[in-house]
Design a protein around this ligand. Structure first.
Ligand code: HEM
Length: 620
């Protein structure tokens, strides 16, 4: 028999064999988890339990590695309809994802039916004695003890001065550091604040080391629980060990200090935890204190750090919004007596800023999901969630639902004007008995940061079009590489709309900063043949310049010709300014300084020709 005949005979069998194997493998999780449910299995929500061991983790991780993480849940909605309840197998457990405000509310607020159900791997990292691992009663007691010192008017007025001083110093330092990873520095800032509140620690060295370990810990929380060197989860377990050792030494020191009656300046959360006694007079053991600290310090800096970064980016990318927010802050400062620092009352007057923060929390949705477990069989939307199954409240879908928030991906703080959302349609801090106890503190930190940022600084991103990562949390891939610069007195930190001028059609197009991809595209569209036109390989983006000719905001125009002509709106400035220069050939962006207007030959009307590129002083 020839080889071809063999192949012709066997190929259909192999293909059929593969189909059968796939069918069998896809049935494994069904047999393991569904068959024992008896009749109830017919009432399970629609969905599928994926492959043995890994369940649906691959499509989840794949979608969250693209620029469209919502494609994951969209697959379910497209396939099974908008029920708001889908059966999956994720993070090692048969689970149900709930995606609507009503289902999320039910899961988060019904403590009779649901309890925390975080994956075992998360529990190993955050701690079995933290809030995600303890009993209902113990949680209630420890929450009462720990939430009061970080919430409410009285508590926050104690911290406002420290937060403000820390923010002012940080911004000042960053403005002298040139290019920095903005996210990394904001996280260090929020970590410093939470460490001060919880442990009165201010040692730079200790904080840097601990914060680095937290970064590793968090990478492991949403990763697959593979404890093998090289995998994120393995690294995260090692990070936890180091954090536990560091906190253990702090707890031991503090206990010793207290025994020797060494007085510390202030009473902090660590003191509260050491002193705490339950109704039987039992105090907390070191392990319990450490897990609670580890959890609070993590929850209390990652989330606020990311939110501060995104709010700053969004403001800088939306000139009109930035201008409006800035004016509000200026009004507040004007009313203030000279030398007085920011007060809690003033932060409550920051109505527009509060809308900016809410909109950031909505668009970014820092906490992708909360994990719960069904305590008994629970009926939901006509389906049954079996006892012991995990439930994931998919906050992203609630916050990006176009029926609740029209044009949901658009950053538009004005949507909050005069609008009070129903409690279940806006869940950045969760809901129910596990509602974030740090929500007031977080909003205070973010407001204080933005107050000072808006008044004096601007952020210039090195890669504004940098791709966004969605795991473990939404962030630019380059951790927001940027320069934080001080605006000159009287100058604006408003980033203008970039205006492209099509030299051929003489038409303008408007591009927001940050949408550089679009800008390039617009310019590329100008060309007929890129090879023939050297100019078409270059693009000049002018920095914001304050012009009194602009009615509301400054516009800077971009247009390039083959003789390196610039076309842009006239402006009055003899100051040196910067031009960002993008070279299509080597795809590099250079920052060049132009010394005043001397380099330009002013032509009639709106045209100014740049004839002497060599006059530019190369900065990098
Ligand atoms: C923008 C900032 C923040 C966001 C978006 C955020 C978000 C959340 C969410 C969604 C939950 C609920 C989790 C669940 O239901 O299982 C939560 C819980 C928690 N958050 Fe925050 N949080 C932020 C800031 C903070 C701060 C500053 C602290 C520290 C003071 C903190 C401490 C906690 C703790 C300890 C829990 C667990 C509460 C419990 O289980 O009872 N968070 N946070």
């Amino acid at each position: 028999m020839t080889e071809t005949v063999w192949i012709m005979m066997w190929l259909p069998l192999v293909v059929m064999g593969l189909f059968v194997l796939k069918w069998l493998l896809k049935r494994v999780n069904v047999w393991i988890y569904e068959s024992k449910l008896g009749e109830k299995r017919h009432y399970l929500p629609p969905g599928d339990l994926g492959w043995p061991f890994i369940g649906n983790m691959l499509p989840f991780l794949r979608a969250f590695k693209t620029s469209d993480p919502d494609s994951f849940i969209r697959t379910y909605i497209t396939r099974y309809g908008h029920n708001g309840v889908y059966k999956v197998h994720m993070f090692g457990n048969p689970s149900v994802i709930v995606t609507t405000p009503e289902t999320c509310r039910k899961v988060l607020t019904d403590d009779d039916c649901f309890q925390p159900g975080w994956p075992k791997s998360t529990m190993e990292l955050i701690g079995k004695k933290s809030f995600i691992g303890i009993s209902f009663e113990e949680h209630k007691r420890l929450r009462r003890l720990t939430a009061a010192p970080v919430n409410g008017h009285e508590a926050l007025s104690v911290y406002i001065k420290y937060i403000e001083e820390t923010v002012v110093t940080a911004l000042e330092n960053w403005s002298k550091m040139g290019e920095i990873e903005f996210l990394t520095h904001v996280r260090k800032l929020t970590f410093r604040i939470i460490m001060y509140i919880f442990m009165s620690t201010e040692s730079e060295h200790v904080m840097d080391a601990l914060e680095r370990e937290y970064t590793n810990l968090n990478y492991g929380v949403r990763a697959m629980a593979i404890n093998i060197p090289g995998f994120a989860y393995h690294k995260a377990l090692k990070a936890r060990k180091k954090l536990v050792a560091a906190f253990q030494s702090s707890v031991t020191n503090r206990r010793n200090q207290r025994k020797q009656n060494v007085s510390t300046n202030k009473k902090d959360m660590l003191d509260n935890l050491i002193e705490a006694k339950d109704e039987n007079g039992r105090t907390l053991e070191d392990e319990e204190i450490i897990d609670v600290l580890l959890m609070y310090l993590n929850a209390g800096h990652e989330s606020s750090g990311h939110t501060i970064m995104w709010a700053t980016i969004f403001l800088q990318e939306h000139p009109e919004i930035l201008q409006k927010a800035k004016e509000e802050q200026e009004r507040i400062v004007k009313k203030r007596a000279p030398g007085q620092s920011l007060t809690l009352k003033e932060t409550r007057e920051m109505e527009y800023l509060s809308q900016v923060i809410d909109e950031t929390l909505r668009v970014i949705t820092f906490s992708l999901t909360a994990f719960r477990e069904a305590k008994s069989d629970v009926q939901m939307n006509g389906y049954i969630i079996p006892k012991g199954w995990k439930v994931l409240t998919w906050f992203r879908d609630v916050h990006l639902d176009p029926e609740i928030y029209p044009d949901p991906k658009k950053f538009d703080p004005s949507r909050w004007e005069g609008y009070t959302p129903k409690a279940d349609t806006f869940l950045p801090f969760g809901l129910g008995s596990h509602l974030c106890p740090g929500n007031d503190l977080a909003k205070l930190e973010i407001s204080i940061f933005l107050h000072h940022f808006l008044l004096k600084y601007r952020v210039e991103r090195s890669n504004p079009g940098c791709p966004v990562m969605f795991l473990p949390h939404t962030r630019p891939k380059d951790n927001c590489l940027a320069r934080i610069t001080k605006t000159a007195p009287g100058a604006s930190n408003v980033d203008d709309m970039i205006v492209c001028f099509d030299l051929r059609s003489e038409k303008f197009s408007f591009v927001k900063p940050g949408e550089r991809g679009m800008l390039f595209e617009t310019l590329i569209n100008f060309q007929e043949d890129p090879e023939k036109h050297e100019w078409s390989k270059r693009i000049f983006i002018l920095p914001p310049l304050w012009t009194d000719t602009a009615p509301r905001k400054i516009l800077y125009f971009v247009g390039v010709t083959d003789t390196n002509e610039f076309v842009f709106k006239p402006f009055c400035s003899s100051e040196p300014f910067y031009v960002h220069y993008y070279n299509f050939v080597n795809k590099a962006i250079k920052r060049v300084e132009i010394q005043g207007m001397g380099a330009f030959e002013k032509a009639s009307g709106v045209r100014i020709f740049l004839n002497h590129v060599e006059d530019m002083k190369l900065m990098q």
